[in-house]
Ligand binder design. Structure first.
Ligand SMILES: [Fe+2]
Length: 217
């Protein structure tokens, strides 16, 4: 596999939170040392995804949908909490729709995991827990929550691209492949809407700030 491509894939996986800093650093070191990188299409070297090498495609799928199951279920609760304390009418039902999407992703991934005869093992990451705490906070204004989300996910397309790339690499389990492709579309839609809402709700304040800065310059 082209090394630049491998590097970009690794960076995207790290930036979007799919792999930890530790895994990112370890895989970067492997790249720098010229370790052999096997293609996700997978030969004897295993199945390569999200900067890690799995024994085979099935193991990579189970690891991915187990992690996604936990993160999505948590986000479903988090967005519902946000909607319940939301003081901005125009975004409340959008948050509820995202909450439903996240929750059903969690349920579908759990179901698929069971179909595959695998157990639910993944636990909630600290980042997911902190995100839920932040958006559930009644004292934090909606526009500030959107700004914080925007900081976490500055580029929606880049953030969700590893999901699409993973789906493309799946050759045998076509049922999960198609499920992950739909998951990608949902995630792209949700993150783009949150980015748009952030821009809309923060535009007047930011315009005011820059006007003030210009006046005092
Ligand atoms: Fe999500």
């Amino acid at each position: 596999m082209n090394r630049d491509f491998e590097f970009r894939q690794l960076l995207r996986a790290y930036r979007s939170g799919v792999i930890s800093e530790e895994t990112f650093e370890q895989e970067m070191a492997n790249l720098e040392n010229g370790a052999e990188i096997t293609n996700g299409a997978n030969g004897a070297g295993g199945f390569r995804a999200f900067g890690k090498t799995y024994a085979n495609e099935r193991e990579a799928i189970i690891a991915f949908i187990d992690r996604a199951r936990v993160a999505e279920s948590n986000a479903g609760v988090a967005f519902n909490n946000w909607a319940n304390v939301c003081k901005t009418d125009c975004i409340r039902s959008g948050l509820r729709m995202i909450s439903e999407r996240e929750s059903y992703h969690g349920r579908m991934f759990e179901r698929r995991l069971r179909d595959l005869g695998a157990e639910c093992r993944a636990t909630l990451s600290d980042d997911s827990r902190k995100f839920a705490e932040t958006v559930s906070d009644q004292a934090l204004p909606d526009n500030e929550k959107l700004l914080r989300f925007n900081k976490l996910v500055p580029d929606p397309e880049a953030a969700v691209k590893p999901i699409c790339e993973f789906a493309e690499m799946i050759k045998d389990d076509l049922e999960t492949k198609e499920m992950i492709k739909l998951f990608y579309e949902d995630e792209l839609s949700s993150t783009k809407w949150l980015q748009y809402a952030c821009a809309a709700l923060n535009a007047p304040a930011q315009a005011g700030q820059s006007a003030q800065a210009q006046a005092s310059a």
